[in-house]
Design a protein around this ligand. Structure first.
Ligand code: DX5
Ligand code: ZN
Length: 220
């Protein structure tokens, strides 16, 4: 079973974005994690289409776009155009989640659904078979650099059971406060993809930090 590292560009140096993207290209990372915040669904604004297009120009790995916005349906085709390969929406932001997921797939992207820390896994029972990714928030969305919420391990185990029981192929992705202190236990609990922002970009040697995280989850 493959395990993936997804550095979060939110923690990159935006004045040196090309340098930081090339660092990720040259590292053992697997995906670019790209956080879009609208100041409505979450109390922060990050960046939008022009920045994602600029990232796409240099990125050589999967573009994993995490939408923390209301009304994501409105922009699905636009995110495809700027280069998203995986598009993840929040359960809490979608009234007609099934329709949204089908619309993402119809654009030729992989579909992800994210759950806030307070949202139980059980809400995914009737949609899990349609999902490519479930993103469990291990902090409250909106900001990088927050502390990991310990209840996440339990949720990963519950989600793993649901996926197996439902014959789903969904990957379990963890986002928020991931470090070398919790990544192994998360992996053992059943997680497949690990987003890391501050831990990578605030380290002295981001390239090596990514390599070390990858080593901690490698199954060989
Ligand atoms: C938070 C974002 C995360 C964030 C993670 O709302 O979804 O992707 O960048 O940052 P760290 O790893 O610093 O918690
Ligand atoms: Zn994210």
């Amino acid at each position: 079973m493959n395990k993936f590292i997804a550095p979060s560009i939110l923690a990159a140096d935006f004045a040196n974005l090309q340098r930081d993207i090339e660092m990720v290209n040259n590292s053992k990372a697997d995906w670019f994690h790209i956080d879009v915040m609208d100041g409505v669904f979450v109390p922060n604004i990050s960046f939008g289409m022009p920045v994602i297009s600029a990232i796409k120009k240099h990125a050589t790995k999967t573009m994993d776009v995490h939408l923390m916005i209301v009304n994501p349906d409105k922009y699905i085709a636009d995110f495809k155009k700027v280069g998203a390969n995986i598009l993840t929406v929040h359960y809490e932001a979608c009234t007609h989640l099934h329709r949204t997921v089908q619309a993402i797939k119809a654009e030729g992207m992989k579909a992800g659904v994210s759950l806030n820390p307070h949202t139980p896994i059980a809400v995914l029972e009737d949609i899990i078979a349609d999902l490519d990714v479930v993103l469990i928030m291990s902090v409250n969305p909106g900001f990088g650099g927050q502390s990991f919420i310990e209840n996440t391990y339990k949720k990963v185990e519950q989600l793993k059971h649901l996926i197996e029981y439902s014959d789903s192929n969904a990957l379990i992705e963890i986002d928020g406060g991931v470090t070398d202190q919790n990544i192994e236990q998360l992996s053992e609990s059943g997680a497949d993809v690990f987003v890391a922002g501050s831990f990578v970009f605030r380290s002295e040697t981001p390239l090596e930090t990514i390599g070390n995280l990858k080593k901690l989850i490698s199954t060989e």
